[in-house]
Structures are given as C-alpha cells and as structure tokens.
Ligand binder design. Structure first.
Ligand SMILES: *[C@@H]1O[C@H](CO)[C@@H](O)[C@H](O)[C@H]1NC(C)=O
Ligand SMILES: *[C@@H]1O[C@H](CO)[C@@H](O)[C@H](O)[C@H]1NC(C)=O
Ligand SMILES: *[C@@H]1O[C@H](CO)[C@@H](O)[C@H](O)[C@H]1NC(C)=O
Ligand SMILES: *[C@@H]1O[C@H](CO)[C@@H](O)[C@H](O)[C@H]1NC(C)=O
Ligand SMILES: *[C@@H]1O[C@H](CO)[C@@H](O)[C@H](O)[C@H]1NC(C)=O
Ligand SMILES: [Cu+2]
Length: 209
C-alpha cells in the first residue's frame, strides 16, 4: 500500500515534469539531425541521441554557421557536446546522449563540428524565428555550405548534460519526462525511449535504494 502510494506519487511528479524532445543524431549513419527543426518552450529539454559515427552538437549564430557562438558574441558561452563517438558505448548496448534545456524563445542555431559535416548540411534550428522570413533553416543551411567549420576550444559537454541511453532503434516521440542525464559511466542511465515507464522505474529505484 505504502509502496503503491509512493509509486503513484513518483508517476504524478513525472507527469507534471517538463517535456523532453528527442533528436536523433546520425540515424542510420546519415549526416543529419532528425528532426532538424524543432519548436520548444522555455523550460523544456532537448536530448540528442548519437546513433552512429562521431559527431557533435554545437551552438552557432545564424550569420556565422559552423562556428561556435562564443567566437562572435563573447557574452554567450554557447553549448557544445564535444565529440561523442557512438562506438565507445556500443559494447554496452548504449548510445551517447547530450541534453540541453531551452531557457527562452530565442532561436538556437546548431551544427556538427566534425570534419565538413556542417558544410554538408548537418545543421539544425530550435525555435526558428517567425519574425524574419530570411532566417530559415534552409537559408542557414545555404550559408553553412559556404562556411568553414571551427571546433570550439571550450570544454566538451559545456552548457548541457552528457549521458548514455539504451539503443532500441526508435526515435521517440518527444513526449515523456525530462532526462535525468548523468555523466558517462555514472550509475544513472537515460532511457532512450524517454517514456514515462522508464522514468518512473528510475524514480522508484531512487526511492527504494
Ligand atoms: C533508418 O533506416 C530505417 C530502416 O531502413 C528506416 O525505416 C528509417 O526511416 C531510417 N531513418 C532515418 C532517419 O533515416
Ligand atoms: C572523434 O573526432 C574527433 C575530432 O575529429 C577526434 O579527435 C577523435 O579522436 C574522434 N574519436 C574517435 C573515437 O574516433
Ligand atoms: C550578444 O548576446 C547578447 C545576449 O543575448 C545580446 O544582447 C547582444 O545583442 C549580442 N551581441 C551581438 C553583437 O550580437
Ligand atoms: C532578416 O534577416 C536577414 C538575413 O540575416 C538580415 O539581413 C536582415 O537584416 C534581417 N531583418 C531584420 C528586420 O532583422
Ligand atoms: C539554460 O540555462 C542553463 C543554466 O544556466 C545553462 O546551463 C544552459 O546552457 C542554458 N541553455 C541554453 C540552450 O543556453
Ligand atoms: Cu557530424
């Protein structure tokens, strides 16, 4: 009875938590973020799930694609996942994840800092601006095609949370609980499905440890 009450409490708090959107990185080995256009409310999370290869998710400005935002506006630190090779955790049946929180409605322009992936269109926008029809994902991608990739010098993982998740080959819907992401190798594990059941199981595990 007490256990049931605790479980229900855990479920209720999960249900009221902020949404986490899932973005597949390099699904099937492609040089893509999928989806590459996302609208997220302030407070919501976006979890990048690195399915293959060795990629990054790094923040740039619209005007200077493929370059860290900090290089063009020193008042913004920007985020950078660092290079997250999928093979490193594949033996454990896991994939690397990187989770950021969206704090406002300002557009976030993102790229992969590996090789010429950005020039080849491995870019994305969160909260594409509605006010300026010139600033679309398509025009960003076109600018990126003529850019030169710069790898941020700052710490890998800055501005977000690095973790690992289980691979199940699906790209979750984006519904579910916030990822309680942890540093690689730590006990906490992010379930890729982002589902309530997994999150609740995690919370129950914490409750009964
Ligand atoms: C990945 O490949 C599977 C199977 O071929 C396909 O159903 C799926 O749409 C692909 N996903 C992407 C993002 O390319
Ligand atoms: C991932 O890419 C980075 C940058 O090119 C490189 O320094 C690193 O060695 C690569 N990691 C693996 C495991 O291939
Ligand atoms: C740099 O970022 C700050 C904070 O978002 C903004 O107020 C400022 O206008 C930006 N400066 C430039 C040159 O874009
Ligand atoms: C809209 O975006 C274009 C392309 O970056 C820029 O040249 C223009 O100044 C912007 N217009 C406004 C009103 O911000
Ligand atoms: C949101 O704020 C947190 C805490 O200050 C910060 O770590 C994170 O990088 C911010 N997210 C973005 C997208 O800038
Ligand atoms: Cu890449």
């Amino acid at each position: 009875m007490q256990l049931t009450t605790l479980l229900l409490g855990a479920l209720a708090s999960v249900a009221s938590a902020q949404k986490t959107w899932s973005v597949a990185v390099a699904m099937n080995g492609s040089l893509t973020f999928s989806p590459n256009r996302l609208v997220a409310q302030p407070g919501e999370f976006v979890q990048f799930q690195f399915h293959a290869g060795n990629h990054t998710v790094t923040q740039s400005t619209f005007d200077q694609p493929c370059q860290p935002i900090n290089q063009h506006n020193s008042s913004i630190a920007g985020f950078h996942s660092g290079f997250l090779p999928a093979a490193a955790s594949a033996a454990q049946g896991m994939i690397p994840t990187y989770t950021i929180q969206v704090n406002n409605t300002q557009p976030l322009w993102l790229y992969c800092a590996q090789g010429k992936h950005c020039e080849n269109g491995m870019v994305m926008v969160i909260n594409e601006p509605a006010a300026n029809k010139s600033r679309t994902l398509e025009s960003f991608k076109a600018l990126a095609a003529g850019a030169s990739t710069v790898v941020p010098g700052g710490a890998a993982g800055a501005g977000g949370t690095t973790g690992t998740g289980t691979t199940d080959g699906t790209n979750p819907s984006g519904t579910g609980a916030p990822a309680s992401a942890s540093s690689p190798g730590a006990a906490g594990v992010v379930g890729v499905p982002g589902g309530m059941a997994l999150a609740a199981a995690g919370m129950a595990a914490v409750l009964f440890l």
